[in-house]
Design a protein around this ligand. Structure first.
Ligand code: BTN
Length: 331
């Protein structure tokens, strides 16, 4: 069932506990700050326990959040979000065909900037160029954000590069050494961790909406991937050797995504380009580019001011605006 909710007292109590991390927060502080009675705080803590949260309660010290359930609902995500727009309206589902399809439908129906669709599982997850996206239940993070940027349509590809920077930071913060493979895949040791699919509707001079969808392999095991992908796909858990709390990761990813989108809105692509370069796993490598029937091999030298990849091939500097890149030698 879809879930789109206003923030309630239970979530506010949870927000306090989440913000305190491993520290105790006294019941008095929570009740003062939220204008609730101590009995009401206790009732919310009990309700949260009933939803699967593990919360310590120690006399004279207060409450401490021990563990959050491995679920992606508004109750888990909202208190962890540090955003002004992104995810403030959340559409959470157990199963959908594709979060991008649903977000596109919502955008067409007038969804506002920042609305996010997130699902535990996709039955028809889509990748770039008509490919599928493996989306098993309860393992990974699949989300799509509706954006309404003040941009002409030809600048839409910048948003995907911005998202790659944000998600790369989110993955690295969780202790996984990821890099960006042009244009917007995240890889760890040459295996794919995350893909981004951006779709849009536009007038000649102005984007109407963009749906920015991301699939991050968070806790997938090797067995979750079909055999033909096992050599080329990985997950954060496989890379770091232990599972990642998905709600924490998803909230961090959305928070960082908004931070980087804000920088881009203020400073244009120039405000993001150097960071993309610093996180890139493609620059400085020999690559094969498959772009619209054009097969190119050469050295990936740089990213230009529009987000195009500059490849030195046969003495010429080629500008590649879209396509797939293959890294030819492992590092
Ligand atoms: C790619 O690398 O080919 C892009 C993959 C994008 C997958 C995500 S999962 C969430 C969103 N919904 C979809 O159907 N696709 C994107």
């Amino acid at each position: 069932m879809p879930e789109t909710r206003e923030i309630g007292s239970e979530e506010l109590v949870l927000g306090f506990l989440a913000e305190a991390g491993d520290e105790f927060v006294s019941g008095e502080v929570i009740s003062d700050k939220l204008g609730l009675s101590r009995a009401a705080v206790w009732k919310h803590v009990e309700a949260l326990r009933g939803h699967g949260y593990r919360i310590d309660a120690v006399p004279a010290r207060g409450y401490r959040l021990r563990e959050i359930p491995d679920r992606l609902t508004a109750l888990e995500l909202r208190p962890l979000l540090g955003t002004h727009d992104l995810g403030q309206v959340l559409h959470c589902f157990g199963e959908v065909a594709s979060t991008n399809d649903l977000a596109k439908q919502l955008a067409e129906e007038g969804a506002g900037h920042g609305e996010v669709v997130i699902a535990e599982c996709q039955t028809a997850g889509r990748g770039r160029r008509g490919r599928g996206w493996v989306s098993p239940p309860g393992r990974n993070v699949y989300f799509s954000a509706v954006l309404r940027p003040e941009l002409p349509p030809h600048r839409a590809p910048e948003l995907t590069l911005v998202a790659a920077v944000a998600l790369c930071h989110a993955v690295r913060r969780a202790g996984v050494d990821a890099g960006i493979k042009w244009p917007n895949d995240l890889v760890a040791g040459d295996r794919k961790l995350c893909g981004i699919l951006t779709e849009l509707a536009a007038d000649p001079d102005q984007i109407q909406w963009v749906v920015l969808g991301a699939g991050v392999n968070v806790n997938a095991t090797a067995a979750d991937f079909p055999e033909e992908l096992r050599g080329s796909a990985t997950s954060m858990a496989l890379e770091r050797g232990q599972p990642v709390p998905r709600a924490l990761f998803a909230a961090a990813a959305l928070t960082l995504l908004e931070e980087w989108l804000d920088r881009h809105a203020e400073g244009g692509f120039a405000a993001v380009r150097d960071e993309w370069r610093a996180l890139s796993d493609t620059l400085g490598r020999e690559v094969r580019v498959l772009a619209g029937g054009r097969d190119l091999e050469g050295l990936a030298e740089d990213l230009d001011q529009t987000g195009a990849l500059l490849v030195r091939a046969g003495g010429r500097l080629e500008r590649v605006h879209s396509g797939d890149v293959e890294h030819l030698r492992t590092r």
